[in-house]
Each structure stands twice: as C-alpha cells, then as structure tokens.
Design a binder for this molecule. Structure first.
Ligand code: NAG
Ligand code: NAG
Ligand code: NAG
Ligand code: NAG
Ligand code: NAG
Ligand code: NAG
Ligand code: NAG
Ligand code: NAG
Ligand code: NAG
Length: 510
C-alpha cells in the first residue's frame, strides 16, 4: 500500500516565474514536510517527485529514490532537479510557457493526506524576431498598388511601427497600416523613400529598412523657352528631365516632326545628352514650334514646347515664272513676302524699270505688296520682279514673272433668266462658254442642295430629269478657267399636279 501525500511550499497559491527564451528557469518546490510529518526532521521519508505540465497526460519528470529521473521526450536533456524538488529547465523556448505542478508523494506515510501540489506559471519572454520583412529594395510602378509586410514573433507580442524617412506615417497620407502591413492603393511619386519597420516589446527591438523607388515617366524640370533670334545666330533650346529609371533619351520635334527627319534641319541640329537642342546658323525656315519629349520607356512621356522666332530681312518666296491675267477684267500680281519683323513695303519693277503705279490708271500696290489692276489690258503684259523691305532691310528681289493675258470665260449660249416646266418632265438648261484656256462649266443650286439628281452634260447644259419640286429655285452656271470665273443665273419654276389641272381647265374652257 502506498500513501500519497502532497507537500507544497505555499499551498493553493500559484506563483509566476519569468525567463527569457534560450535561457533557463528554476521552478521551485520545497521538500520541507508539513508540520505533522516533521517528527523526524533529519530523515525525510521515502518519496517520489513528480513534475506535471498542464495539458500533458504524462508527467514531464518523475524521480524516485536514487534512480535516474524519467523525463518526457519533449524535455529530454533539458530538465533536472535541484535542491531536492525544484525543476531546472534549460534552453527555454516560447513553447515552454505554461502551467507546471510539483507533486511530492510520500510513500508509506501514516496519514492519508492527498492534496494538489504547487502550481507555477512559467512565462517565457522573448525579444522580437522578424518572421516576415519586405525586401530591402522595392521598385513599384506609378499608379500600381503597394504592400509592405512586416511581422515579428516575441513575448510580449511585439508592436510594429512604420516610419517613412524618419517621420511616422500619418493617416491622411492614404497609406494604410494594418497589423504590421503597410498598403497603398495607387502609388504616387512622393511615396519614394526609406521605410523603417520597427518592432519592439519589453525585451528588445529590431529595425528593418526598405528603400522604395517609384518607377514612372520622366518629369520635365527645365522646359524650353520661347526664343527670338536673328538669322545666322545659334539657337539653344533647353530641356531637362528627371526620371526613375534614369535611362533618359530626348526627342525633339518641330511642328510635330522629328528634327532629324526635316531636310533643312537634319544636317545642322544636335540634341545633346542633357536634352539641349542646338540649331547653329539659323535660317528663316527654322522658325516654328519645337517640342521636347524625354522618354525612359515607362508609361506616357511628357512634353514641353517653345516657339522659335527667326528675325531676318524681308525676302520673297517662290515666284511663278508666268502670271496669267484675265483680259478686260480685274487681276492681281502677288508678291509672296516672308518677313519678320513685318514687311514695310514692296517695290516692283516692270521690264527692268521701277514700277510706279501712279503712271497706270486703276493700278495700286496694296498693303500686302500685291499689284491690283482694275482692268487688265496690253499695258499689263511684261516681266515683273518685286522686292520686299522690313526694318532689317531686304534679302533681294524676286525671280521675274512674265505676265500673260488670257481670255476669261465668256458665255456663248447663256441660260435664259427663267424656265417653267411640269413636275416629272425633263428640263435641259444650256450654258456654253468659251475662253482661253477653254473654261470648265459647273452648276450649283442657290440655297439648299437639291436632294433630287441633276446632271451637267459635256457641253455645259444642266439636265433635270425627272423634274421635281426640289429642283425649283435659283441656279447658277459657273464657267472657270485659269484666269477667271464668271457666272450666269437662272430660275427654275416647277409646275405641280394642281397647277397642271388648273392650266388644263383653263385651256379646255377656251
Ligand atoms: C486539485 O486540482 C484539480 C484540478 O487541477 C481541482 O479540480 C481540484 O479541486 C483541486 N483540489 C484541491 C483540494 O485543491
Ligand atoms: C496579424 O498578424 C498575425 C501574424 O503576423 C496573425 O497571427 C494575426 O491573425 C493577424 N491579425 C489580423 C487581424 O489580421
Ligand atoms: C503625395 O501626393 C499626393 C497627391 O499626388 C498628395 O495627396 C499627398 O498628400 C502627397 N503626400 C506627401 C507626403 O507629400
Ligand atoms: C531598442 O533597444 C535598444 C537596446 O537594444 C535600446 O537602447 C533602445 O532604447 C530601444 N529602443 C526602443 C524604441 O525601444
Ligand atoms: C538682330 O539684328 C538687329 C538688326 O540687325 C539688331 O538691332 C538686334 O540687336 C539683333 N538682335 C540680336 C538678338 O542679336
Ligand atoms: C505652338 O505651340 C503652342 C502650344 O503648344 C500652340 O498654342 C501654337 O498654336 C503652336 N504654334 C504653331 C505655329 O504650331
Ligand atoms: C529604360 O530601361 C527600362 C528598364 O529598366 C526599359 O524598359 C526601357 O525601355 C528603357 N528605356 C530606354 C529609353 O532605353
Ligand atoms: C521703293 O519704293 C519707294 C516708294 O514706294 C521709294 O521711295 C524707294 O526709293 C524704293 N526703293 C528702292 C530700293 O527702289
Ligand atoms: C474642270 O473640272 C474638272 C472636274 O471638276 C476638274 O477635274 C478639272 O481639273 C477642271 N479644269 C479646270 C481647268 O478647272
């Protein structure tokens, strides 16, 4: 028969032992017998020491007499008894946290004294240990979503705090931090920076740094400026951009076309590595809009434009070798002036002599420098040149143009002023014109375009077939050759069913 007596130091009261992960802990249990048993103090009765862990169905250590203790597999090599019955646990892990009970069973005891032993709670504290961290370098595309996760083990449970560039992340910044995970629905550029994840508890703290870079199209930091220069000076148009990734290339367009594809520019222009566009020795044709487009291949590149003005003495563009004027009609001799600063005046020569319009009644030189002739006749025939001037002077006279008189269109068979025809019938209106060169004849309806069909015959006649109400109204015959356009009008009246009937009755009554 075995009498079991449980003896404890402070019966009924639980005690708490704290220890660090990896360290060791002593869970005390005294072998002092209770007063009744202490009759023979020097000779402690035969006993069994048992350490039980709550949740384990087998004791973690049993020691009887001189025999080696029996140890639970989870605690092999890590537990031993000290000072009689106290339990020493080594190499503590977080899993060792829990309730332990010390039981001392006295064998052959006279008394039937069965009580619960001492309960001890073993608390394992541990400094934080990261279980997940974001990479130390993170690239994210502008507009994409972002999550950075940071988590740590430890006891007490570590708190996670995020900082960006040494200041705590504030709520209004659209960055959410939930349970250690930092997230953002749509990345903006200003999100780039150094992010710090700090985990801490009473036992210690750790910090993890993540460098975040936002990939996006370049940002133009220096835009080209509108520039005005004199001819033969050198133009420098600046353009500078910042980008990540920084593999920038700059493209320059003039009026939307790459400068290297423009004949007059491609051999002269240079785009420097810093984005600057150089145009040496300006010519008037270089004037225009220039657009800089920095690209790094990410998303849509930005652009910036500037206007380049090239000041130069007035000059005359391409003059045609021959100018045709309509004999007997109003004609004009155009001087194609190019001038910046604006043209002041144009001087003309006729057959090698300075042209004074005052000597020709009905001739004037208008503000654009063109010669207006009220009635072109043989006086106008000859060789002409024009010279344009502005405040910088002139770049010389034009190529000569020969004025030739031509016959304007003339109606040989013009349409009658008015035509009357019944609906559904056919109506042919003649319009025959002569001239040098032979004119082209076209017809148009005055007012809304007729929905019904009409045909212009080779001889210029207008054919309306079948005639409809839609054809009624004014029509115009236009005769055009290279010197002039002349027109002749007519009115088409379409008789409807009701009118036909009325006319028929009238005629019947006669
Ligand atoms: C001994 O402990 C058990 C549970 O561990 C409990 O149910 C019982 O009431 C306790 N007995 C005494 C006398 O404290
Ligand atoms: C927070 O994260 C921990 C692990 O890091 C996890 O165990 C817990 O369930 C999470 N809590 C919430 C509310 O997501
Ligand atoms: C970043 O830019 C967004 C808008 O693009 C703005 O709402 C936000 O406040 C900015 N954050 C910081 C820290 O400048
Ligand atoms: C972090 O731990 C160090 C010692 O390792 C301590 O000096 C420091 O004060 C702790 N910082 C915080 C914020 O707990
Ligand atoms: C351009 O030329 C004009 C006249 O030749 C001169 O007055 C002016 O100073 C020049 N401008 C520049 C920017 O060189
Ligand atoms: C030049 O560009 C500006 C702005 O981009 C635009 O307003 C202007 O009309 C352009 N001029 C020409 C001649 O294309
Ligand atoms: C720049 O590099 C990125 C990859 O980092 C690539 O996708 C892109 O095409 C490159 N851009 C240029 C202009 O080379
Ligand atoms: C141009 O014509 C103006 C009159 O319009 C005259 O005063 C001037 O001398 C002429 N210039 C030349 C270079 O022929
Ligand atoms: C005459 O008109 C036809 C057709 O509209 C056109 O092709 C032709 O070029 C014109 N000829 C002249 C001299 O206008």
């Amino acid at each position: 028969l075995i009498w079991v007596i449980v003896i404890s130091v402070s019966q009924g009261e639980a005690s708490l032992v704290r220890a660090r992960e990896g360290g060791s802990a002593e869970l005390s249990c005294s072998l002092t017998p209770s007063a009744k048993e202490a009759t023979t103090p020097n000779l402690f009765p035969l006993h069994v020491v048992e350490w039980v862990r709550l949740g384990y169905n087998v004791p973690i250590l049993i020691k009887f007499g001189v025999y080696a203790p029996r140890v639970h597999p989870n605690y092999k090599g890590r537990v031993s008894l000290t000072q009689g019955a106290s339990l020493l646990v080594d190499r503590l892990t977080l899993e060792d946290e829990g309730w332990f009970e010390c039981r001392i069973l006295l064998l052959d005891s006279a008394k039937d004294d069965f009580r619960n032993g001492t309960w001890t709670f073993l608390s394992i504290t541990a400094p934080p240990v990261f279980i997940k961290t974001p990479p130390t370098f993170v690239e994210v595309l502008l507009g994409d979503s972002l999550t950075l996760s940071c988590g740590a083990h430890g006891n007490p449970r570590p708190t996670v705090v995020w900082h960006k560039d040494d200041s705590q992340i504030e709520r209004h910044e659209k960055i959410k931090v939930l349970n250690g995970t930092l997230s953002l629905a749509s990345v903006t550029r200003n999100i780039s920076g150094v992010y710090k994840c700090h985990v801490s508890n009473t036992e210690g703290n750790l910090t993890h740094y993540t460098q975040l870079q936002v990939k996006g199209p370049p940002i133009i930091i220096i835009s080209p400026e509108d520039t005005t220069l004199n001819m033969s000076q050198d133009a420098v148009l600046q353009c500078q951009a910042d980008a990540y990734p920084s593999n920038l290339t700059y493209e320059w367009l003039k009026q939307g076309q790459n400068v290297y594809h423009i004949e007059s520019l491609k051999s002269r222009v240079k785009v420097l590595v810093d984005g600057t566009l150089l145009i040496p020795n300006l010519i008037p044709e270089d004037a225009g809009n220039y657009t800089c487009i920095p690209t790094n291949g990410i998303l849509a590149p930005p652009s910036a434009s500037a206007h380049l003005k090239v000041k130069h003495p007035a000059r005359v563009g391409r003059m045609s070798r021959e100018t045709y004027l309509p004999a007997g009609m109003e004609g004009v001799l155009v001087c194609p002036v190019q001038a910046d600063p604006p043209m002041l005046y144009v001087n003309w020569t006729k057959d090698g002599n300075e042209l004074n319009p005052d000597n020709f009644p009905g001739w004037i030189v208008n503000s654009e420098g063109s010669v207006f002739i009220t009635t072109a006749n043989d006086n106008a025939v000859g060789m002409y040149t024009c010279t344009a001037y502005n405040s910088y002077g002139t770049m010389g006279r034009s190529e000569p143009t020969r004025v030739i008189l031509k016959d304007p269109p003339n109606f040989k068979v013009p349409p009658r002023p008015e035509y009357l025809q019944e609906v559904g019938r056919e109506l042919m209106i003649p319009c025959e014109a002569t001239g040098d060169p032979t004119p082209n004849v076209t017809w148009s309806k005055i007012g809304p375009t007729p929905r019904s069909q009409y045909t212009v015959l080779a001889n210029g006649s207008l054919l309306l077939q079948p005639l409809s109400k839609d054809h009624q109204g004014g029509w115009e015959c236009l005769a055009t050759n290279r010197v002039a356009t002349v027109s002749a009008g007519t009115v088409v009246m379409v008789l409807g069913e009701w009118a036909k009937l009325t006319f028929a009755n009238k005629y019947n009554n006669i």
